[in-house]
Design a protein around this ligand. Structure first.
Ligand code: ZN
Length: 155
């Protein structure tokens, strides 16, 4: 059972690493963040479009890096789409705990399903050097959400 679960998780990572979802550039966006993990060479740029009510309406990223970093970014963009900024920050905190400890923190019933999907990456906790690969997308998301000033969309 545990091995089956492990295989499933590996499959999720491989699938998202090979075919990252939302791997594109957003032409119009409200937030932008850049992430860099020099330890592994992972780099990414993230764009977020907000809905009128402040929810994360659309997200897209581009970058290059190892399969873990790309899979994590892919899963992150899928997981936080439609969420409020507060929920996204909360998921980010929970994910960091998951990546560092391997245990799924109690993030509240409202986000249980999301955390379940993210558990595919919990295995990185066994490889401390890869934790930063997995958390890079979430750091980048936090940075983007903190960049309240809209930057010139035409760079
Ligand atoms: Zn990496």
């Amino acid at each position: 059972m545990f091995d089956d679960l492990r295989d499933l998780y590996q499959e999720v990572i491989l699938d998202h690493g090979r075919k990252p979802r939302n791997f594109r550039r957003l032409e119009t966006f409200d937030r932008e963040g850049r992430g860099d993990n020099p330890m592994c060479g992972d780099r990414m740029q993230l764009w977020v479009k907000l809905a009128p009510d402040g929810r994360l309406d659309d997200l897209a990223f581009q970058g290059k890096g190892c399969a873990i970093s790309m899979a994590s970014a892919s899963l992150m963009t899928e997981t936080v789409r439609g969420k409020t900024q507060q929920e996204a920050r909360h998921l980010s905190d929970c994910f960091r705990e998951l990546a560092m400890t391997g245990a799924c923190p109690d993030c509240g019933a409202g986000l249980a399903e999301e955390m379940e999907r993210l558990q595919a990456l919990g295995g990185v906790s066994e490889f401390p050097s890869r934790v930063k690969c997995a958390t890079l997308a979430w750091h980048t998301l936090n940075e983007a959400l903190e960049n309240s000033g809209k930057e010139a969309s035409s760079e």
